[in-house]
Design a protein around this ligand. Structure first.
Ligand code: SF4
Ligand code: MG
Length: 321
């Protein structure tokens, strides 16, 4: 299995001042499932948009399947778009109100020159798998539910047989039961198609259940990149620890053990000196405001950007598990 996605020191700067992403480097292997977590403003959505070529890096490089995104969009835009699909946060809003669901699906046939009959057959198979009635093809976007719209989005993305699927909060706003069903289906397709699956979610349960690897972001930087099981047991970065601790079902001690961060999230336009988390970190030391830590590999195999990794333990965590 080769490299599917690669970012080399990629930055995205808006309006010359807002560093939405700052020097992000990562490599994702084909077929890997990766979760991305962090508060709003951490750069999660920008990272997704970068991976699918909706945003271009203003510094560094983004490569998909060995090809620079910038070059791919110039030379072979359609082929690039086919390989990498995105499930949008607000699927309903992205559907055109005057085109039926069937019309929308067949757009892909026209745009990408797919075989019509083969595509129709595939649409029917996918409808069945996603438990959507065939009659939905004749409906308009406003005539279907939010959960249905989300599944229509999945069909549209999978029709093109992509190599990479990027999902920004794919289950947000859905009922818990519908969420679970959609996630199971996404995982099924991920395995069958050996999809590289990158998912942003606020829901740490979802991340824990679906992904093999988790990337934690803070103010435009990766602060931890670790196997999901390792991260949830032994977070190395104090920010990761606080994120996990605020989730009563994940922290062994329950809600009473939540570590509440002091202060506001600093602005991306004026990030703190040294470690960007030092203004809120419960275990900050004098050196933290002076020197920015590099992303460094720990013995447990996690990458962490902190001068004092593992210095903030998860409350109630069992040392021996
Ligand atoms: Fe906290 Fe210092 Fe580590 Fe930053 S480098 S997370 S301030 S301990
Ligand atoms: Mg967002």
């Amino acid at each position: 299995t080769g490299t599917s996605v690669r970012l080399d020191n990629a930055s995205v700067v808006f309006l010359n001042v807002i560093r939405a992403l700052d020097g992000v480097s990562l490599e994702i292997k084909a077929g890997e499932t990766v979760g991305v977590v962090g508060e709003s403003g951490s750069g999660k959505s920008t990272l997704c948009r970068l991976l699918v070529g909706l945003t271009l890096p203003t510094g560094g490089d983004a490569q998909i399947m060995g090809q620079s995104v910038k070059t791919a969009l110039k030379t072979d835009r359609k082929a690039f778009r086919r390989q990498i699909q995105m499930l949008m946060q607000d699927a309903v809003a992205t559907l055109s109100p005057r085109i039926t669901i069937g019309g929308l699906m067949m757009e892909a046939v026209a745009i990408h020159g797919l075989d019509r009959q083969e595509t129709e057959a595939r649409i029917h198979t996918l409808l069945e798998r996603l438990r959507l009635p065939v009659s939905i093809l004749d409906r308009y976007p406003h005539e279907i539910s939010g959960g249905q719209a989300r599944r229509v989005g999945v069909i549209r993305a999978l029709l093109l047989r992509p190599s990479v699927l990027v999902a920004d909060e794919p289950t947000a706003g859905l009922d818990v039961s519908v969420q679970g069903e959609l996630l199971n289906l996404l995982l099924e397709f991920q395995r069958e198609m050996n999809l590289t699956f990158v998912m942003v979610s606020h829901n740490l349960h979802v991340i824990k259940r679906v992904t093999q690897r988790t990337i934690v972001m803070y103010l435009g930087q990766i602060v931890e990149d670790a196997p999901t099981a390792t991260l949830f047991k032994h977070p190395a970065h104090p920010y990761s620890t606080t994120l996990l601790s605020t989730n009563p079902l994940l922290s062994a001690g329950g809600a009473s053990n939540a570590i509440i961060l002091q202060g506001e999230v600093p602005s991306n336009a004026k990030p703190p000196s040294g470690c960007r988390f030092h203004t809120r970190c419960p275990v900050a030391q004098p050196t933290c405001s002076k020197t920015m830590p590099e992303l460094t590999r720990t013995e447990a195999g996690s990458l962490v950007r902190c001068h004092f990794p593992y210095s903030l333990a998860l409350p109630g965590a069992h040392q021996d598990t």
